[in-house]
Design a protein around this ligand. Structure first.
Ligand SMILES: Cc1cc2nc3c(=O)[nH]c(=O)nc-3n(C[C@H](O)[C@H](O)[C@H](O)COP(=O)(O)OP(=O)(O)OC[C@H]3O[C@@H](n4cnc5c(N)ncnc54)[C@H](O)[C@@H]3O)c2cc1C
Length: 613
């Protein structure tokens, strides 16, 4: 719905219902009637179009939390039998089903997931505006560095129809730079004395940027110094010695104790990498952050830069992110649910959810089904898996089972596991974060400010950015600043009290208890703070919001400041945790302690190989 400036005062926060702005009057009824009439086997059922609180949406997590608190459900006589049961319909679970089907083309497979949509983190968000559909990514964003994918993962992408070379044409790498856009910074009042937006970070000279920034005099001079100097802060050390040392030195310590910058600059960069590592710079070692974002100030002459995962451009992005990877996997498993044949047409294909779980289909994907128990039958020839759907427990029997869910949940699902394995599985605390999508009718204010990305030094959302400019098949990117746009805003809880995984546990607690209205208010306040000078008015311009809250987000990665060194792979907790247990094997990106799609597919491959052994 388009609202004119004159309507502004009539629109209040409460006019958002489940994330979508509603017109006062008849259409007020639409979202509620839809909500109550929901029927997963109906052809109307279409979760990507839902707005409001998504990601770990209400209804998806409560059963498992009750299980963790000790609740149990009866294991009943098996209602159905399968060759393979997969727990988790993320990229790993779907890949496991596909790998197994490749080896056993006649196999009957059931994939169970607790969410109302498949894809795990790789979720799709859709919005309607002015009669057209805009598509966004609710989680897993891009095929990051496909050249570094494992052979099974590369083969999977190819076999489901993805030719990564096509993104060189699909992704307009110069759109925003041709509009002379660059990064802006919104400085906060607490640390910098005033709230102020300064545009042109990385584009203006450092002297000019520092002059406009509300730094104190010392910070201003230190900012220019470390942005421009070529100083080696570890003279006399070999390359290996530098890496060994800076593996244990946080970027905050480095800036403070080596570069000796003013404390204000620590606050300036504190949350710079937080959307990636989900901690502040006090916990990110220099060796990690030095390759981030084109390089961090002060490090270049001390630590030679290298690309840990290869140097592909960051362009391998479907409009819905890797949800298209999940959708192509579903196409391979249940073709009727995802009509079409190409990586282009999958972008605009309307998935038919009513086809996902049909009796006649050899592969069934059952949503809104939380697995609470998996145990071997007494003769050890099968696995009985109990799940809860619509409040009722059901048991299904599989000759084999792959767990592709959250590894930290597995000890509660399989209580018979050895204690050492349970400990290994529990080690990897999942990392909470939120991707909020905001539909706006145009991006003129961004164009006027010449900015495509705003970083907030201290605010709820760390950043807002324009969508990746990708056109694939019939789907065209937002063509001009006058066209609708989906903004991407990232929130990660940060405080100075909790450190390490405790920060993530605290973040998860907060995420699940924060109502939609709080996310919405921050969206509006922060967009106004950055853009109101260029004519943006959140009450008028924000058309819809989808908050993809991932309370169990990224897989734990063992590369932050606190991680011990392990003498061998066999000692790594996630390696101990992912061992085969009878007829059950364990996939998911958690099993690699690597938060990416390559790991999700590669671990699925391993888990299926282990099943065959
Ligand atoms: C916000 C965000 C952005 C990301 N961006 C990228 C990116 O750009 N590139 C990249 O490569 N990776 C990215 N990742 C990492 C991403 O996790 C992986 O790429 C991949 O999608 C993980 O797939 P998975 O199948 O291993 O796990 P998941 O996607 O987590 O799938 C596991 C599934 O199991 C389900 N499950 C859990 N417990 C149960 C239960 N008891 N019963 C039934 N089902 C259960 C879960 O709900 C989930 O649906 C991102 C992750 C997040 C959260």
């Amino acid at each position: 719905m388009r609202v004119t400036r004159m309507d502004k005062n009539k629109i209040t926060r409460r006019d958002f219902l489940n994330g979508t702005r509603i017109a006062i009057g008849a259409s007020l009824m639409a979202p509620w009637t839809k909500l109550f009439a929901e029927n997963t086997s109906s052809s109307e059922y279409y979760p990507p179009a839902k707005t409001g609180l998504r990601g770990s949406h209400n209804g998806s997590w409560e059963i498992m939390h009750a299980r963790v608190r000790g609740q149990t459900w009866p294991v009943t006589a098996p209602e159905e039998q399968y060759d393979l049961i997969v727990v988790g319909a993320g990229i790993s679970g779907l890949s496991a089903a596909r790998f197994y089907r490749k080896n056993h083309p006649q196999a009957r497979i059931l994939v169970l997931d607790n969410h109302d949509d498949f894809g795990g983190h790789a979720k799709r968000n859709e919005f309607k505006i002015n009669g057209e559909t805009r598509i966004g990514y609710g989680g897993t964003e891009s095929i990051d560095t496909p050249s570094a994918y494992s052979d099974p993962a590369k083969a999977t992408l190819k076999e489901i129809g993805i030719n990564v070379e096509k993104f060189y044409e699909a992704f307009d790498q110069t759109l925003y730079s041709k509009l002379e856009m660059s990064r802006s910074i919104v400085f906060d009042k607490e640390n910098f004395g005033e709230q102020k937006i300064v545009t042109g970070y990385g584009k203006r000279s450092w002297e000019e940027f520092a002059k406009l920034a509300p730094f104190n005099e010392q910070a201003r001079s230190d900012f220019i110094r470390i942005q421009t100097e070529n100083k080696d802060y570890l003279p006399g050390l070999s390359k290996e010695e530098r890496y060994a040392k800076l593996r244990k030195v946080s970027y905050e310590t480095y800036l403070r104790d080596y570069c000796k910058v003013d404390p204000q600059l620590l606050e300036f960069w504190r949350k710079w990498g937080i959307s990636f590592w989900c901690v502040g710079i006090d916990q990110i070692p220099c060796v990690l952050i030095h390759d981030y974002d084109g390089g961090m100030p002060g490090l270049d002459s001390t630590l030679p830069r290298y690309h840990t995962r290869g140097d592909d451009p960051y362009i391998f992005h479907f409009p819905d992110g890797n949800a298209s990877v999940a959708r192509l996997l579903v196409r391979a498993l249940v073709p009727k649910a995802m009509p079409g044949t190409t990586m282009e047409d999958v972008v605009t294909t309307h998935a038919d959810y009513s086809q996902l779980d049909r009796k006649e289909s050899p592969v069934r994907v059952r949503l809104s089904s939380t697995v609470v128990n998996a145990r071997h039958t007494t003769d050890q020839k099968a696995v009985d898996v109990t799940y809860v759907n619509a409040g009722k427990p059901h048991t299904v029997r599989g000759e084999r089972c792959v767990m592709a869910c959250y590894n930290m949940a597995i000890p509660y699902i399989i209580p018979d596991l050895p204690d050492a394995q349970k400990k290994g599985l529990a080690y990897g605390v999942k990392v909470p974060l939120t991707y909020t999508k905001v539909l706006v009718p145009n991006w003129r204010a961004f164009a006027e400010l010449k900015t495509d990305f705003v970083y907030y030094t201290k605010d709820f959302y760390k950043q807002v950015e324009l969508d990746y400019p990708v056109s694939l098949g019939k789907y065209k990117r937002s063509q001009t600043p006058d066209d609708p746009m989906i903004l991407h805003m990232c929130y990660v809880h940060h405080d100075n009290v909790h450190k390490g995984p405790e920060l993530w546990r605290e973040g998860r607690r907060r995420l699940l208890s924060t109502p939609f209205s709080v996310f919405e208010q921050h969206v509006k306040d922060q967009l106004n703070a950055a853009l109101s000078g260029a004519g943006f008015d959140a009450d008028r311009d924000v058309q819809a919001i989808t908050v993809n809250r991932w309370s169990h987000g990224y897989a734990y990665e063992p590369n932050l400041i606190w991680e011990p060194e392990y003498a061998s792979d066999a000692e790594k907790p996630w390696v101990i945790g992912r061992q085969k247990f009878g007829r059950i094997t364990i996939a998911n990106s958690d099993s690699a302690a690597q938060a990416d799609t390559n790991a999700a597919i590669t671990q699925a491959f391993r888990a299926v190989q282990e099943l065959e052994a």
